[in-house]
Design a protein around this ligand. Sequence first.
Ligand code: FE
Length: 202
Amino acid sequence: MKNIARLRDFIQSFTRLIERSGNDEELIFADGRKLLSDLVSRDDWLPGEFAQPSPERYRQYLLYCDPMERFSVVSFVWGPGQTTPVHDHTVWGMVGILRGAETCEEFETEPATGRLRATGSHQLPRGSIDLVSPRVGDIHRVSNALPDRTSISIHVYGANIGAIARHTYDPDTGRRKTFVSGYSKNVTPNIWDRSAELATQD
Ligand code: FE
């Protein structure tokens, strides 16, 4: 059985963190990465319907959105060979690898020409955490690093990320387009049914 309590505990701890940190991104990253690291260190809680790849493109399933839209939690599911476009976020974000492995290529805009410059790439093995924001570097492209298996990462953003107007970029020309990602499913996991846990306490 899936241990949904792990997701619920994460959401409760993250809500407390946001309440004491406000918009202090450095504090959110410092304490939030420990919470996310703990969440992705065990792969026994993500319900199967939020871990399904699609043959067409990567999926982004909303797992939770804070009622005040101060943060959201999303599972990204990549089939073999799938990749995002080059994109930005406009808010802080944290990525934790739950299953498989991912490749992240980073870019920045050259102010003079408006073109994109690749600034590096790194591998994200299972359990690792990556950070993005306009302050620490916000433009990247993420791919499944595995040719034959699904990879899944859990993302936390400082907004209702599927509802934010942000940008994709043409890597050759730097031309950017506004997009609003939405989510791949209209339901979220039920984190509130505690009956199974309570039933085992007698
Ligand atoms: Fe991203």
